[in-house]
Design a protein around this ligand. Structure first.
Ligand SMILES: [Zn+2]
Ligand SMILES: [Zn+2]
Length: 334
């Protein structure tokens, strides 16, 4: 990684940086379409709301830990990122994309919807019902030019697929959130976030799943804190620029991870395939998941492929490492 860091410091331009980046992944061909992977976190707090560190400190953490982009999403606060981007000499090194966690509630149930690449501050919309509250905030974010993302449904067991199925104009939700209080796995009759996703996909709703930190604590570290580095997205884009990154997320050209790195993930004629970048001594299991959350195929090799058979609606992959780390690909539709 030293070579790459040095090359990036020369600011020698995208092509050079891209070549160096790809040269470091053994066995991996250079991207023919000029696109590469960018690592980013879409959900983070600062002292502008309930985080313990300033926007500058938070950006420095992510940049120092080899992320390429970051969305600061404080509660009902839109951080001005222009100055931060200038401070970090952003071009092809590190990019801040404006964001906000629009923070609302209905009868004690939190309704938090992130707006990515917002053009202006969005105030909570409220609503007569839980569904109307989610919808109102999704619509307000879209109206402000942002990409809406529905956050941590199981936080305070607020809502599930029943409510999400009624939402229009959103196609992004958190399949993993690193905050200790958000109940990703469900239980006690509540769906896991993976189960919610499959309920949406099974109904034909083409939603994408992101993994995020929801980091608040950069100074105190431990399981009980919401620390950075737990969940991220790897976005395939032609350049490190807000429009290109947001467009790739919007179309599902990314995967989500809590530690598993993929060399490639591709839609192929009649299915999908992926390749895992191994980290010793870990072993891997790839589940291809379809309608109703059914596991269609499980592969234990580093290269895994699924071909549609009759009747499939979608397939997505969840890669599980032997240490509990995961990666989630976006669904491919037949
Ligand atoms: Zn939240
Ligand atoms: Zn948050």
């Amino acid at each position: 990684m030293k070579i790459r860091a040095a090359a990036m410091r020369t600011a020698a331009g995208m092509v050079c940086v891209g070549l160096v980046w790809w040269a470091q992944l053994p066995g991996q061909a250079a991207p023919e379409d000029g696109k590469r992977w960018y690592k980013g976190n879409l959900h983070t707090h600062t002292t502008h709301s309930d985080g313990d560190s300033t926007a500058m400190e938070v950006a420095a953490w992510y940049k120092g830990n080899r992320y390429q982009f970051l969305v600061l999403t404080d509660h009902n606060y839109l951080t001005e990122v222009e100055g931060l981007n200038q401070a970090h000499a952003a071009q092809e090194r590190f990019l801040l994309i404006p964001g906000e966690e629009v923070t609302d509630s209905h009868k004690g149930k939190p309704v938090h919807v992130n707006g990515v690449a917002l053009s202006k501050l969005v105030m909570p919309a409220g609503g007569a019902t839980l569904e109307a509250t989610i919808q109102g905030n999704v619509s307000a974010i879209a109206a402000a030019g942002g990409l809406p993302s529905v956050n941590h449904p199981n936080f305070v067991w607020a809502f599930g697929s029943k409510e999400l199925l009624q939402i229009q104009g959103a196609s992004l939700f958190e399949v993993y959130n690193g905050h200790p209080g958000v109940n990703n796995e469900g239980g006690g009759g509540y769906e896991s976030l993976d189960e919610m996703w499959d309920a949406l996909l099974t109904a034909g709703k083409r939603w994408h799943g992101i993994a995020v930190d929801d980091a608040h604590h950069f100074k105190a570290l431990g399981k009980q804190y919401s620390n950075p580095g737990r969940g991220w997205v790897m976005v395939r884009a032609g350049r490190l620029e807000a429009g290109a990154i947001t467009a790739a997320i919007r179309t599902g050209d990314f995967y989500s991870s809590t530690g598993v790195e993929l060399v490639s993930v591709e839609t192929i004629a009649g299915g999908m395939r992926l390749e895992i970048k191994p980290a010793n001594p870990l072993k891997y299991r790839t589940h291809f998941i379809g309608k109703g959350g059914q596991v269609l195929k499980t592969v234990t090799d580093l290269k895994a492929e699924y071909a549609f058979t009759g009747g499939d609606g979608y397939v997505r992959a969840r890669v599980e490492a032997s240490n509990g780390d995961k990666a989630w690909t976006q669904p491919v539709w037949k």
